[in-house]
Design a protein. Sequence first.
Length: 135
Amino acid sequence: MEPDNTVSLVLFSGTDDKLQAAAVLTVGAAVMGRKVNVFLQYWALDALRADRVMKDHGVSPEAGEDGFRAMHDQGKTHWSELFRQSKDLGEVRLFACADSMEMFHITKDDLDPLVDGVWGVASFFAEADGPVTFI
């Protein structure tokens, strides 16, 4: 059986630089007509709470102060808007990790409408047909 060209991303980090990178990859794949499933775990899921999406989530330690300034001075489209645009472009779905939701004591209602539903790990891998990218 040939892979269906689904792009499968596990988004673990909740820093703005990594959320931005995942959103750019998602938009790129959607433009190319590829199906995208994003599995939100831990701090990425926490960043997608409805009341935290637009909050400053900082950058990863390796970015340092210069990276922080570059991210904020660049004036690029916010990662949440890129995810919204990608959904308009193609078959893009974001799923909250059930285990992470339990850990943070949150429900689907606590999440931004960008999040389509809740999956366990088995559901994610059942839909992942090919390589999985971890961010």
